[in-house]
Design a protein around this ligand. Structure first.
Ligand code: NAD
Length: 555
Protein backbone atom coordinates (compact mmCIF):
# COMPACT_ATOMS: atom_id res chain seq x y z
CA UNK A 1 0.00 0.00 0.00
CA UNK A 2 1.28 3.48 -0.86
CA UNK A 3 2.22 6.02 1.83
CA UNK A 4 2.54 9.78 1.71
CA UNK A 5 4.67 12.13 3.76
CA UNK A 6 2.36 14.79 5.05
CA UNK A 7 2.63 17.68 7.54
CA UNK A 8 -0.02 16.65 10.02
CA UNK A 9 0.63 19.12 12.80
CA UNK A 10 3.23 21.57 13.94
CA UNK A 11 4.79 19.25 16.53
CA UNK A 12 5.56 16.44 14.11
CA UNK A 13 6.94 18.08 10.94
CA UNK A 14 6.49 15.22 8.51
CA UNK A 15 4.60 12.04 9.06
CA UNK A 16 4.37 9.02 6.88
CA UNK A 17 0.70 8.34 6.59
CA UNK A 18 -0.93 5.47 4.80
CA UNK A 19 -3.35 5.90 1.94
CA UNK A 20 -6.47 4.08 0.74
CA UNK A 21 -8.02 1.42 2.91
CA UNK A 22 -5.01 1.33 5.20
CA UNK A 23 -5.65 4.98 6.08
CA UNK A 24 -9.27 4.22 6.99
CA UNK A 25 -8.01 1.45 9.25
CA UNK A 26 -5.49 3.67 11.06
CA UNK A 27 -7.27 5.28 14.04
CA UNK A 28 -4.58 7.94 14.44
CA UNK A 29 -5.19 9.38 10.95
CA UNK A 30 -8.66 8.23 10.01
CA UNK A 31 -11.33 10.92 9.55
CA UNK A 32 -14.06 8.59 8.31
CA UNK A 33 -16.80 10.44 6.49
CA UNK A 34 -15.03 13.75 7.23
CA UNK A 35 -12.40 13.25 4.51
CA UNK A 36 -13.00 16.04 2.02
CA UNK A 37 -13.43 15.40 -1.71
CA UNK A 38 -9.90 16.74 -2.30
CA UNK A 39 -8.46 14.43 0.35
CA UNK A 40 -10.37 11.47 -1.05
CA UNK A 41 -8.81 12.16 -4.46
CA UNK A 42 -5.29 12.68 -3.14
CA UNK A 43 -5.24 9.78 -0.70
CA UNK A 44 -6.78 7.00 -2.77
CA UNK A 45 -10.07 7.08 -0.92
CA UNK A 46 -12.50 7.65 -3.82
CA UNK A 47 -15.20 4.99 -3.70
CA UNK A 48 -14.15 3.75 -0.26
CA UNK A 49 -16.50 6.08 1.63
CA UNK A 50 -20.16 7.03 1.24
CA UNK A 51 -20.45 10.20 -0.87
CA UNK A 52 -21.79 12.49 1.84
CA UNK A 53 -18.96 14.50 3.48
CA UNK A 54 -19.69 15.19 7.16
CA UNK A 55 -18.02 17.56 9.56
CA UNK A 56 -16.90 16.45 12.98
CA UNK A 57 -19.98 17.95 14.66
CA UNK A 58 -22.26 15.76 12.56
CA UNK A 59 -20.10 12.77 13.38
CA UNK A 60 -20.29 13.52 17.11
CA UNK A 61 -24.06 13.76 16.90
CA UNK A 62 -24.29 10.39 15.10
CA UNK A 63 -21.99 8.74 17.65
CA UNK A 64 -23.94 10.09 20.63
CA UNK A 65 -27.26 9.00 19.18
CA UNK A 66 -25.91 5.48 18.73
CA UNK A 67 -24.29 5.57 22.14
CA UNK A 68 -27.51 6.50 23.92
CA UNK A 69 -29.33 3.60 22.28
CA UNK A 70 -26.99 1.03 23.83
CA UNK A 71 -28.95 -1.10 26.30
CA UNK A 72 -26.43 -1.10 29.17
CA UNK A 73 -23.26 0.49 30.41
CA UNK A 74 -20.92 -2.29 29.39
CA UNK A 75 -22.27 -2.08 25.84
CA UNK A 76 -21.58 1.66 25.96
CA UNK A 77 -18.02 0.94 27.08
CA UNK A 78 -17.50 -1.50 24.20
CA UNK A 79 -19.03 0.94 21.73
CA UNK A 80 -16.67 3.73 22.80
CA UNK A 81 -13.66 1.40 22.75
CA UNK A 82 -14.42 0.43 19.18
CA UNK A 83 -14.89 4.07 18.18
CA UNK A 84 -11.43 4.72 19.60
CA UNK A 85 -10.06 1.83 17.55
CA UNK A 86 -11.57 3.35 14.40
CA UNK A 87 -11.08 7.07 14.78
CA UNK A 88 -9.09 8.44 17.69
CA UNK A 89 -9.75 12.11 16.94
CA UNK A 90 -13.50 11.58 16.90
CA UNK A 91 -13.32 9.51 20.09
CA UNK A 92 -11.61 12.36 21.95
CA UNK A 93 -13.94 14.97 20.48
CA UNK A 94 -16.93 12.91 21.65
CA UNK A 95 -15.45 12.36 25.13
CA UNK A 96 -14.44 16.00 25.61
CA UNK A 97 -17.77 17.36 24.42
CA UNK A 98 -19.65 14.97 26.75
CA UNK A 99 -17.19 14.53 29.59
CA UNK A 100 -19.75 14.41 32.41
CA UNK A 101 -21.81 11.74 30.66
CA UNK A 102 -18.92 9.64 29.35
CA UNK A 103 -16.27 9.75 32.05
CA UNK A 104 -18.16 7.25 34.26
CA UNK A 105 -18.12 4.85 31.31
CA UNK A 106 -14.50 5.07 30.16
CA UNK A 107 -13.33 5.38 33.76
CA UNK A 108 -14.74 4.48 37.19
CA UNK A 109 -17.23 2.91 37.78
CA UNK A 110 -17.86 1.12 34.46
CA UNK A 111 -14.19 0.49 33.67
CA UNK A 112 -14.22 -1.77 36.74
CA UNK A 113 -17.00 -3.89 35.27
CA UNK A 114 -15.15 -3.89 31.94
CA UNK A 115 -12.00 -5.22 33.63
CA UNK A 116 -13.99 -7.97 35.34
CA UNK A 117 -15.25 -9.07 31.91
CA UNK A 118 -12.22 -8.08 29.87
CA UNK A 119 -11.71 -11.55 28.41
CA UNK A 120 -15.26 -11.61 27.14
CA UNK A 121 -15.43 -8.12 25.67
CA UNK A 122 -11.91 -8.25 24.21
CA UNK A 123 -11.91 -7.11 20.57
CA UNK A 124 -8.58 -5.56 19.60
CA UNK A 125 -5.39 -5.24 21.61
CA UNK A 126 -4.43 -1.77 22.83
CA UNK A 127 -1.16 -0.93 24.56
CA UNK A 128 1.40 -3.60 25.41
CA UNK A 129 1.40 -6.79 27.47
CA UNK A 130 4.70 -7.80 29.01
CA UNK A 131 4.88 -11.10 30.83
CA UNK A 132 7.16 -13.18 32.98
CA UNK A 133 8.00 -15.09 29.80
CA UNK A 134 9.54 -11.93 28.36
CA UNK A 135 12.35 -11.78 30.91
CA UNK A 136 15.59 -10.82 29.20
CA UNK A 137 13.79 -9.34 26.16
CA UNK A 138 11.78 -6.42 27.50
CA UNK A 139 13.68 -3.66 25.69
CA UNK A 140 13.35 -5.50 22.38
CA UNK A 141 9.66 -6.00 22.97
CA UNK A 142 9.11 -2.32 23.82
CA UNK A 143 10.70 -1.54 20.45
CA UNK A 144 7.72 -3.29 18.85
CA UNK A 145 5.63 -0.28 19.87
CA UNK A 146 4.74 1.98 16.98
CA UNK A 147 6.87 4.92 18.10
CA UNK A 148 9.81 5.82 20.32
CA UNK A 149 8.18 9.20 21.04
CA UNK A 150 6.31 7.74 24.04
CA UNK A 151 6.31 10.21 26.95
CA UNK A 152 3.79 8.71 29.39
CA UNK A 153 3.38 5.08 30.40
CA UNK A 154 0.68 3.94 32.79
CA UNK A 155 1.56 0.47 34.01
CA UNK A 156 -0.25 -2.05 36.21
CA UNK A 157 0.36 -5.62 37.30
CA UNK A 158 -3.38 -5.97 37.86
CA UNK A 159 -3.18 -7.01 41.51
CA UNK A 160 -5.45 -4.34 43.07
CA UNK A 161 -7.79 -3.09 40.38
CA UNK A 162 -9.90 -0.32 41.95
CA UNK A 163 -11.42 -1.97 45.03
CA UNK A 164 -12.06 -5.16 43.01
CA UNK A 165 -8.87 -6.98 43.88
CA UNK A 166 -6.65 -9.16 41.70
CA UNK A 167 -7.85 -9.10 38.10
CA UNK A 168 -4.54 -10.17 36.54
CA UNK A 169 -4.09 -9.20 32.90
CA UNK A 170 -7.74 -8.09 32.79
CA UNK A 171 -6.53 -5.03 34.69
CA UNK A 172 -5.40 -3.62 31.32
CA UNK A 173 -8.63 -1.62 31.22
CA UNK A 174 -7.19 0.66 33.90
CA UNK A 175 -4.01 1.92 32.15
CA UNK A 176 -6.06 2.36 28.98
CA UNK A 177 -8.74 4.31 30.84
CA UNK A 178 -6.22 6.42 32.74
CA UNK A 179 -4.42 7.38 29.56
CA UNK A 180 -7.71 8.27 27.88
CA UNK A 181 -8.08 10.82 30.68
CA UNK A 182 -4.53 12.10 30.18
CA UNK A 183 -5.68 13.11 26.72
CA UNK A 184 -9.30 14.08 27.36
CA UNK A 185 -8.70 15.95 30.62
CA UNK A 186 -5.21 17.38 30.12
CA UNK A 187 -4.54 17.28 26.39
CA UNK A 188 -1.55 14.94 26.46
CA UNK A 189 -1.24 13.81 22.85
CA UNK A 190 -2.54 10.20 22.57
CA UNK A 191 0.42 9.40 20.32
CA UNK A 192 2.71 10.01 23.31
CA UNK A 193 0.86 7.60 25.61
CA UNK A 194 1.40 3.89 26.16
CA UNK A 195 -0.68 1.64 28.45
CA UNK A 196 1.17 -1.42 29.74
CA UNK A 197 0.21 -4.48 31.73
CA UNK A 198 2.94 -6.58 33.27
CA UNK A 199 1.38 -10.02 33.56
CA UNK A 200 3.04 -11.82 36.44
CA UNK A 201 0.14 -14.26 36.88
CA UNK A 202 -2.94 -13.99 39.07
CA UNK A 203 -4.16 -15.55 42.29
CA UNK A 204 -7.78 -15.02 41.26
CA UNK A 205 -9.22 -18.56 41.06
CA UNK A 206 -12.19 -17.47 38.97
CA UNK A 207 -9.91 -16.04 36.31
CA UNK A 208 -7.59 -19.05 36.37
CA UNK A 209 -10.66 -21.18 35.59
CA UNK A 210 -12.22 -18.73 33.11
CA UNK A 211 -11.93 -20.04 29.52
CA UNK A 212 -11.98 -16.43 28.23
CA UNK A 213 -9.17 -15.18 30.51
CA UNK A 214 -6.57 -13.33 28.43
CA UNK A 215 -3.60 -13.64 30.81
CA UNK A 216 -1.06 -16.22 31.84
CA UNK A 217 -2.69 -19.06 33.78
CA UNK A 218 -0.19 -19.13 36.59
CA UNK A 219 -0.13 -17.95 40.17
CA UNK A 220 1.47 -14.61 40.89
CA UNK A 221 5.20 -14.35 40.88
CA UNK A 222 6.56 -13.05 44.20
CA UNK A 223 9.88 -12.22 45.80
CA UNK A 224 13.18 -11.44 44.07
CA UNK A 225 12.00 -12.77 40.71
CA UNK A 226 9.11 -10.31 40.71
CA UNK A 227 11.48 -7.48 41.56
CA UNK A 228 13.80 -8.53 38.72
CA UNK A 229 10.92 -8.32 36.23
CA UNK A 230 9.98 -4.82 37.38
CA UNK A 231 13.63 -3.74 37.40
CA UNK A 232 14.10 -4.98 33.86
CA UNK A 233 10.93 -3.18 32.80
CA UNK A 234 12.04 0.13 34.34
CA UNK A 235 15.47 -0.14 32.73
CA UNK A 236 13.97 -1.11 29.38
CA UNK A 237 11.78 2.00 29.46
CA UNK A 238 14.84 4.16 30.15
CA UNK A 239 16.57 2.59 27.16
CA UNK A 240 13.74 2.73 24.64
CA UNK A 241 11.79 5.82 25.81
CA UNK A 242 14.41 7.76 27.80
CA UNK A 243 12.29 10.79 28.72
CA UNK A 244 9.18 8.84 29.62
CA UNK A 245 7.09 9.30 32.78
CA UNK A 246 6.06 5.98 34.37
CA UNK A 247 2.83 6.06 36.38
CA UNK A 248 2.40 2.97 38.56
CA UNK A 249 -1.25 2.12 38.91
CA UNK A 250 -3.26 -0.39 40.92
CA UNK A 251 -0.35 -2.42 42.29
CA UNK A 252 -1.06 -4.13 45.63
CA UNK A 253 0.34 -2.16 48.53
CA UNK A 254 2.93 -4.82 49.35
CA UNK A 255 4.65 -3.78 46.11
CA UNK A 256 3.36 -0.22 45.62
CA UNK A 257 5.29 1.41 48.48
CA UNK A 258 8.49 -0.57 47.87
CA UNK A 259 8.56 0.22 44.17
CA UNK A 260 7.83 3.89 44.74
CA UNK A 261 10.65 4.17 47.27
CA UNK A 262 13.01 2.26 45.01
CA UNK A 263 12.41 4.27 41.85
CA UNK A 264 11.22 7.75 42.82
CA UNK A 265 14.74 9.23 42.92
CA UNK A 266 16.08 7.10 40.09
CA UNK A 267 13.61 7.71 37.28
CA UNK A 268 10.64 9.91 36.43
CA UNK A 269 7.82 8.08 38.18
CA UNK A 270 4.96 8.29 40.62
CA UNK A 271 2.32 6.03 42.11
CA UNK A 272 -1.13 7.39 41.49
CA UNK A 273 -2.88 5.43 44.24
CA UNK A 274 -0.47 6.82 46.80
CA UNK A 275 0.33 10.30 45.48
CA UNK A 276 -2.47 11.21 43.05
CA UNK A 277 -5.14 10.25 45.58
CA UNK A 278 -3.32 12.30 48.18
CA UNK A 279 -3.35 15.34 45.90
CA UNK A 280 -7.07 15.18 45.21
CA UNK A 281 -7.99 14.56 48.85
CA UNK A 282 -5.84 17.40 50.15
CA UNK A 283 -7.43 19.69 47.57
CA UNK A 284 -10.89 18.65 48.81
CA UNK A 285 -9.89 19.38 52.40
CA UNK A 286 -8.60 22.83 51.45
CA UNK A 287 -11.90 23.58 49.71
CA UNK A 288 -13.92 22.27 52.65
CA UNK A 289 -11.97 24.58 54.97
CA UNK A 290 -13.43 27.47 53.01
CA UNK A 291 -16.89 26.23 54.05
CA UNK A 292 -16.07 25.47 57.67
CA UNK A 293 -13.62 28.33 58.21
CA UNK A 294 -11.11 25.92 59.78
CA UNK A 295 -7.38 25.52 59.19
CA UNK A 296 -5.75 22.35 57.92
CA UNK A 297 -3.39 22.18 60.88
CA UNK A 298 -6.33 21.96 63.29
CA UNK A 299 -7.96 19.00 61.56
CA UNK A 300 -7.87 15.42 62.78
CA UNK A 301 -8.29 12.85 60.04
CA UNK A 302 -9.42 9.30 60.60
CA UNK A 303 -8.98 6.84 57.75
CA UNK A 304 -10.84 3.62 57.26
CA UNK A 305 -8.17 1.71 55.34
CA UNK A 306 -4.46 1.88 55.96
CA UNK A 307 -3.21 0.98 52.50
CA UNK A 308 -1.68 2.86 49.59
CA UNK A 309 -4.36 5.55 49.56
CA UNK A 310 -4.70 6.03 53.34
CA UNK A 311 -0.99 6.28 53.99
CA UNK A 312 -0.33 8.29 50.81
CA UNK A 313 -2.96 10.87 51.79
CA UNK A 314 -1.60 11.00 55.35
CA UNK A 315 1.94 11.64 54.10
CA UNK A 316 0.83 14.58 51.96
CA UNK A 317 -1.34 16.02 54.72
CA UNK A 318 1.65 15.86 57.06
CA UNK A 319 3.79 17.81 54.54
CA UNK A 320 1.00 20.38 54.16
CA UNK A 321 0.55 20.75 57.93
CA UNK A 322 4.28 21.31 58.29
CA UNK A 323 3.96 24.22 55.87
CA UNK A 324 1.32 25.62 58.28
CA UNK A 325 3.85 25.38 61.11
CA UNK A 326 3.28 22.01 62.79
CA UNK A 327 6.20 19.76 63.62
CA UNK A 328 6.34 16.45 61.76
CA UNK A 329 5.48 14.57 64.95
CA UNK A 330 2.46 16.79 65.72
CA UNK A 331 1.28 16.57 62.13
CA UNK A 332 1.47 12.78 62.14
CA UNK A 333 -0.59 12.65 65.32
CA UNK A 334 -3.40 14.33 63.40
CA UNK A 335 -3.67 11.35 61.03
CA UNK A 336 -5.08 8.04 62.31
CA UNK A 337 -5.71 4.74 60.58
CA UNK A 338 -8.30 2.06 61.20
CA UNK A 339 -7.65 -1.11 59.23
CA UNK A 340 -9.42 -4.47 59.14
CA UNK A 341 -8.17 -5.23 62.67
CA UNK A 342 -9.07 -1.92 64.33
CA UNK A 343 -7.19 1.24 65.24
CA UNK A 344 -3.54 1.21 64.19
CA UNK A 345 -1.61 1.81 67.42
CA UNK A 346 1.95 1.26 68.55
CA UNK A 347 1.15 -1.74 70.71
CA UNK A 348 -0.17 -3.74 67.77
CA UNK A 349 2.15 -6.48 66.60
CA UNK A 350 2.97 -7.38 63.01
CA UNK A 351 1.98 -4.06 61.47
CA UNK A 352 3.06 -3.59 57.86
CA UNK A 353 5.97 -1.15 57.44
CA UNK A 354 3.93 1.49 55.64
CA UNK A 355 1.56 1.87 58.62
CA UNK A 356 4.27 2.35 61.24
CA UNK A 357 4.51 6.14 60.89
CA UNK A 358 0.86 6.39 61.91
CA UNK A 359 0.91 3.78 64.69
CA UNK A 360 0.50 6.15 67.65
CA UNK A 361 0.84 5.66 71.35
CA UNK A 362 -2.82 5.18 72.23
CA UNK A 363 -5.07 2.50 73.67
CA UNK A 364 -6.23 0.00 71.07
CA UNK A 365 -9.78 0.64 69.83
CA UNK A 366 -11.35 -2.32 68.06
CA UNK A 367 -13.52 -0.67 65.43
CA UNK A 368 -14.34 2.49 63.54
CA UNK A 369 -17.15 3.65 65.82
CA UNK A 370 -15.06 3.39 68.97
CA UNK A 371 -12.21 5.16 67.14
CA UNK A 372 -14.53 8.03 66.18
CA UNK A 373 -15.81 8.35 69.73
CA UNK A 374 -12.33 8.10 71.20
CA UNK A 375 -10.46 10.38 68.79
CA UNK A 376 -13.15 12.88 67.73
CA UNK A 377 -11.93 13.38 64.15
CA UNK A 378 -13.07 16.31 62.03
CA UNK A 379 -12.64 14.34 58.80
CA UNK A 380 -13.55 10.73 58.02
CA UNK A 381 -11.91 9.26 54.95
CA UNK A 382 -12.90 5.89 53.49
CA UNK A 383 -10.20 4.14 51.49
CA UNK A 384 -10.91 0.57 52.51
CA UNK A 385 -12.65 -0.89 49.47
CA UNK A 386 -15.35 -2.05 51.92
CA UNK A 387 -18.85 -0.92 50.87
CA UNK A 388 -21.38 0.34 53.37
CA UNK A 389 -18.88 0.60 56.23
CA UNK A 390 -19.91 4.20 56.97
CA UNK A 391 -23.14 3.10 58.62
CA UNK A 392 -25.79 5.37 60.05
CA UNK A 393 -24.17 5.12 63.50
CA UNK A 394 -20.79 6.09 62.11
CA UNK A 395 -21.98 9.07 60.10
CA UNK A 396 -24.25 10.26 62.91
CA UNK A 397 -21.32 10.04 65.34
CA UNK A 398 -19.32 12.31 63.01
CA UNK A 399 -22.31 14.67 62.91
CA UNK A 400 -22.51 14.82 66.70
CA UNK A 401 -18.84 15.82 67.00
CA UNK A 402 -18.75 18.29 64.11
CA UNK A 403 -21.06 21.03 62.89
CA UNK A 404 -19.93 20.27 59.30
CA UNK A 405 -18.37 16.79 59.26
CA UNK A 406 -16.24 16.08 56.24
CA UNK A 407 -17.00 12.62 54.85
CA UNK A 408 -14.89 11.17 52.04
CA UNK A 409 -16.15 7.82 50.72
CA UNK A 410 -13.36 7.33 48.24
CA UNK A 411 -13.47 3.61 47.49
CA UNK A 412 -14.13 2.66 43.88
CA UNK A 413 -16.14 1.68 41.97
CA UNK A 414 -19.52 2.93 43.23
CA UNK A 415 -20.39 -0.54 44.53
CA UNK A 416 -17.48 -0.21 46.98
CA UNK A 417 -18.28 3.27 48.33
CA UNK A 418 -18.25 3.42 52.14
CA UNK A 419 -21.59 5.27 52.00
CA UNK A 420 -23.77 6.90 49.42
CA UNK A 421 -24.14 10.65 49.03
CA UNK A 422 -27.80 10.61 50.04
CA UNK A 423 -27.03 8.72 53.23
CA UNK A 424 -24.34 11.17 54.28
CA UNK A 425 -26.74 14.11 53.86
CA UNK A 426 -29.73 12.35 55.46
CA UNK A 427 -27.85 11.09 58.49
CA UNK A 428 -26.42 14.54 59.28
CA UNK A 429 -29.51 16.56 58.44
CA UNK A 430 -27.74 18.03 55.43
CA UNK A 431 -24.64 19.17 57.34
CA UNK A 432 -22.10 16.72 55.90
CA UNK A 433 -19.59 17.87 53.32
CA UNK A 434 -19.39 14.76 51.18
CA UNK A 435 -17.14 13.55 48.39
CA UNK A 436 -16.89 10.12 46.76
CA UNK A 437 -14.42 8.29 44.52
CA UNK A 438 -16.97 7.52 41.80
CA UNK A 439 -19.57 10.04 40.65
CA UNK A 440 -22.97 10.60 42.28
CA UNK A 441 -25.71 12.71 40.71
CA UNK A 442 -26.71 15.99 42.36
CA UNK A 443 -29.67 15.56 44.69
CA UNK A 444 -32.22 17.51 46.71
CA UNK A 445 -32.61 17.17 50.42
CA UNK A 446 -35.16 19.22 52.36
CA UNK A 447 -35.50 21.63 49.46
CA UNK A 448 -31.77 22.30 49.10
CA UNK A 449 -29.63 21.17 46.17
CA UNK A 450 -26.46 19.22 46.97
CA UNK A 451 -23.70 18.38 44.50
CA UNK A 452 -21.51 15.54 45.75
CA UNK A 453 -17.92 16.19 44.70
CA UNK A 454 -15.95 13.46 42.95
CA UNK A 455 -12.80 13.00 45.00
CA UNK A 456 -11.01 11.07 42.34
CA UNK A 457 -7.36 11.25 41.38
CA UNK A 458 -8.57 11.87 37.82
CA UNK A 459 -8.66 15.53 38.84
CA UNK A 460 -4.94 15.43 39.52
CA UNK A 461 -2.88 12.90 37.57
CA UNK A 462 -3.61 14.18 34.04
CA UNK A 463 -2.50 17.71 34.95
CA UNK A 464 0.51 16.43 36.87
CA UNK A 465 1.51 14.33 33.86
CA UNK A 466 1.08 17.24 31.47
CA UNK A 467 3.24 19.47 33.67
CA UNK A 468 5.96 16.85 33.89
CA UNK A 469 6.00 16.22 30.16
CA UNK A 470 5.94 19.94 29.36
CA UNK A 471 8.97 20.82 31.49
CA UNK A 472 10.78 17.49 31.06
CA UNK A 473 10.98 16.88 34.82
CA UNK A 474 13.62 14.35 35.84
CA UNK A 475 11.70 13.14 38.90
CA UNK A 476 8.27 13.53 40.43
CA UNK A 477 8.21 14.83 44.01
CA UNK A 478 5.61 15.09 46.75
CA UNK A 479 5.99 18.86 46.53
CA UNK A 480 4.56 18.64 43.01
CA UNK A 481 1.44 16.94 44.38
CA UNK A 482 1.19 19.59 47.06
CA UNK A 483 1.34 22.24 44.32
CA UNK A 484 -1.26 20.30 42.33
CA UNK A 485 -3.62 20.13 45.33
CA UNK A 486 -3.41 23.87 45.87
CA UNK A 487 -4.00 24.58 42.18
CA UNK A 488 -7.02 22.26 42.15
CA UNK A 489 -8.53 23.78 45.29
CA UNK A 490 -8.03 27.23 43.79
CA UNK A 491 -10.38 26.30 40.93
CA UNK A 492 -13.33 25.68 43.25
CA UNK A 493 -15.74 28.62 43.09
CA UNK A 494 -18.04 30.04 45.77
CA UNK A 495 -20.97 28.70 43.71
CA UNK A 496 -19.51 25.18 43.92
CA UNK A 497 -19.08 25.52 47.67
CA UNK A 498 -22.65 26.77 48.07
CA UNK A 499 -23.89 23.35 46.90
CA UNK A 500 -21.46 21.54 49.20
CA UNK A 501 -19.23 20.60 46.28
CA UNK A 502 -15.52 20.74 47.07
CA UNK A 503 -14.25 20.10 43.54
CA UNK A 504 -14.69 22.15 40.38
CA UNK A 505 -17.15 20.84 37.76
CA UNK A 506 -15.69 18.32 35.33
CA UNK A 507 -16.66 20.62 32.49
CA UNK A 508 -13.73 22.84 33.60
CA UNK A 509 -11.26 19.97 33.66
CA UNK A 510 -9.04 21.17 30.78
CA UNK A 511 -8.49 24.54 32.46
CA UNK A 512 -8.04 22.86 35.82
CA UNK A 513 -5.45 20.50 34.35
CA UNK A 514 -3.66 23.42 32.70
CA UNK A 515 -3.40 25.17 36.05
CA UNK A 516 -2.20 22.01 37.78
CA UNK A 517 0.36 21.43 35.04
CA UNK A 518 1.63 24.99 35.46
CA UNK A 519 1.92 24.58 39.24
CA UNK A 520 3.75 21.27 38.86
CA UNK A 521 6.13 22.60 36.21
CA UNK A 522 6.80 25.71 38.31
CA UNK A 523 7.76 23.48 41.22
CA UNK A 524 10.03 21.46 38.90
CA UNK A 525 11.75 24.65 37.67
CA UNK A 526 12.15 26.01 41.20
CA UNK A 527 13.69 22.79 42.45
CA UNK A 528 16.01 22.38 39.46
CA UNK A 529 14.29 19.25 38.16
CA UNK A 530 13.13 20.63 34.79
CA UNK A 531 15.17 19.95 31.66
CA UNK A 532 13.27 22.13 29.16
CA UNK A 533 14.32 25.83 29.21
CA UNK A 534 11.83 27.88 31.26
CA UNK A 535 9.40 29.67 28.93
CA UNK A 536 8.45 33.32 29.59
CA UNK A 537 4.78 32.49 29.95
CA UNK A 538 4.51 29.02 31.45
CA UNK A 539 0.73 28.73 31.33
CA UNK A 540 0.57 29.83 27.71
CA UNK A 541 3.36 27.39 26.83
CA UNK A 542 1.49 24.54 28.53
CA UNK A 543 -1.90 25.35 27.07
CA UNK A 544 -0.27 25.54 23.66
CA UNK A 545 1.04 21.98 24.06
CA UNK A 546 -2.40 20.58 24.69
CA UNK A 547 -3.72 18.17 22.10
CA UNK A 548 -6.98 19.25 20.49
CA UNK A 549 -9.17 16.64 18.82
CA UNK A 550 -9.29 18.36 15.45
CA UNK A 551 -8.77 16.73 12.10
CA UNK A 552 -5.64 17.67 10.21
CA UNK A 553 -6.00 18.92 6.65
CA UNK A 554 -4.16 16.39 4.55
CA UNK A 555 -4.28 18.45 1.36
P1 NAD B 1 -4.96 -1.07 49.65
O1 NAD B 1 -5.24 -2.49 49.33
O2 NAD B 1 -3.57 -0.58 49.61
O3 NAD B 1 -5.56 -0.72 51.08
C1 NAD B 1 -6.80 -1.15 51.55
C2 NAD B 1 -6.80 -0.99 53.05
O4 NAD B 1 -8.10 -1.25 53.54
C3 NAD B 1 -5.85 -1.95 53.78
O5 NAD B 1 -5.13 -1.24 54.75
C4 NAD B 1 -6.78 -2.92 54.45
O6 NAD B 1 -6.25 -3.38 55.68
C5 NAD B 1 -7.99 -2.04 54.71
N1 NAD B 1 -9.19 -2.81 54.92
C6 NAD B 1 -9.62 -3.90 54.28
N2 NAD B 1 -10.77 -4.33 54.82
C7 NAD B 1 -11.08 -3.47 55.81
C8 NAD B 1 -12.15 -3.38 56.73
N3 NAD B 1 -13.14 -4.25 56.71
N4 NAD B 1 -12.12 -2.37 57.61
C9 NAD B 1 -11.14 -1.48 57.63
N5 NAD B 1 -10.10 -1.51 56.75
C10 NAD B 1 -10.08 -2.50 55.87
O7 NAD B 1 -5.85 -0.25 48.65
P2 NAD B 1 -5.76 1.34 48.33
O8 NAD B 1 -4.90 1.55 47.14
O9 NAD B 1 -5.45 2.06 49.55
O10 NAD B 1 -7.27 1.58 47.86
C11 NAD B 1 -8.33 1.37 48.76
C12 NAD B 1 -9.62 1.83 48.13
O11 NAD B 1 -9.52 3.20 47.83
C13 NAD B 1 -9.99 1.11 46.84
O12 NAD B 1 -11.36 0.83 46.83
C14 NAD B 1 -9.70 2.11 45.78
O13 NAD B 1 -10.58 2.03 44.69
C15 NAD B 1 -9.91 3.41 46.50
N6 NAD B 1 -9.11 4.48 45.89
C16 NAD B 1 -9.77 5.56 45.44
C17 NAD B 1 -9.06 6.58 44.82
C18 NAD B 1 -9.77 7.81 44.34
O14 NAD B 1 -9.19 8.56 43.57
N7 NAD B 1 -10.98 8.06 44.78
C19 NAD B 1 -7.69 6.47 44.65
C20 NAD B 1 -7.04 5.34 45.15
C21 NAD B 1 -7.76 4.34 45.77
Amino acid sequence: MAHKFIRVDKKFPLRRIPTGEELLNDPAFNKGTAFTCEERDALGLRGLLPPQVCDIKQQVSRVMENYRRKPDELEKFVFLASLRDRNETLFYRVVMDNIVELMPIIYTPVVGQACQQYGLIFRRPRGMFLTIKDKGHMADILRNWRTTETRVIVVTDGERILGLGDLGANGMGIPIGKLALYTACAGVDPQLCLPITIDVGTNNEMLLDDPHYIGIRERRLRGPEYDEIIEEFVQAVQEVFPTCLIQFEDFANLNAFRLLNKYRDRVCTFNDDIQGTAGVTLAGIYSAMRITGGKLKDQKILFLGGGAAGVGISDLIVSAMKVEGLSEEDAKRRCWLVDSKGLVVKSREGLQDHKLAYAHDHEFLPDLLSAIKGLKPTILCGVSGQPGTFTEDIVKAMGEINERPLIFALSNPTSKAECMAKQAYQWTDGRAIYASGSPFDPLEYKGKRYVPGQGNNAYVFPGVGLGIVACGAKHVTNKMFFAAAKALAHQVSEDDLATGCIYPPLTKIRDVSGDIAKAVAEEAYDSGLATVPRPDDLLEYIMDQMYQPEYPHYV
